[in-house]
Design a protein. Sequence first.
Length: 288
Amino acid sequence: MEYEYHKPRWLSKGWGSGEKFVFCRVRGILEHVNDERKLLALDLDDTLLRSDKRVSPANLAALADWLAAGHAVVVATGRPPRAVLSVLPELLFSAPRIVYNGAQLWVDGRVVYRNPIPADDVGALLDWCAVSGQRWYIGLEIEDRLYVNRPLAKPGPLEVADLHALVGQPVYKMLFFFPEGRGEIEPLLAAVPPTTRVLITPKLDLIQLCAAGADKATALCYLLAEWQWPLAAVAAIGDDINDLEMVRCSGIGIAMENALPEVKAVADWVVPHHDEDGVASAIRRLLT
């Protein structure tokens, strides 16, 4: 579906001398026609990382060449901050990080942008769950700690707590787990307020909730505004539903071969599977 691209106010600040832009209506793509520095917005799971959660030698070498050419990288993931560093190659340790599906942006080790779920929404959903008659497994991501309402066999640290007592603290993701199998979820989805968004993917057996305006593209645009770089300078690579906006709005949107059909539909390129060095393939093409 076509829509008209509206130039963001921050884009008018410019990014270098003599730059020219071509505005296209198809999917709102903005093509940047100079050869200045570029930014690679890079998803982690099922994109940069192989199935074994490691970065392949080919991907690592391509990233090194990308940085050596003077370009930049921003990591963009649904993971919480605590779960990022352990899977990053050392050459990306200092890269900015979009985490929590875009609800936070970290630069130089500190949070510079945040968009938590409205506290009233968290409270209303907890109240609804309490009277719904179903046994829910609920998690709240608050400042890089996961609090759950009941014991849960899940990798990583978590703390069982009275979630109602935490309402009012900044919740960046609200999670619904299904250790006993996913049952009827339509009543839950109907109870979600319009100021909160639902993320459901066939790749994960859980439901994620974020603030309605929290996505990777919005956090990316915040970073670009601070750097005074145009959206056209971005090549974004992803595979899952939380990458959709970022892939769609970037100068070049790239989907993995293993991406969801919705992501492929808005991408400009499709590159090989994440177990077949798809990121390296994309970087080599971008560098030519």
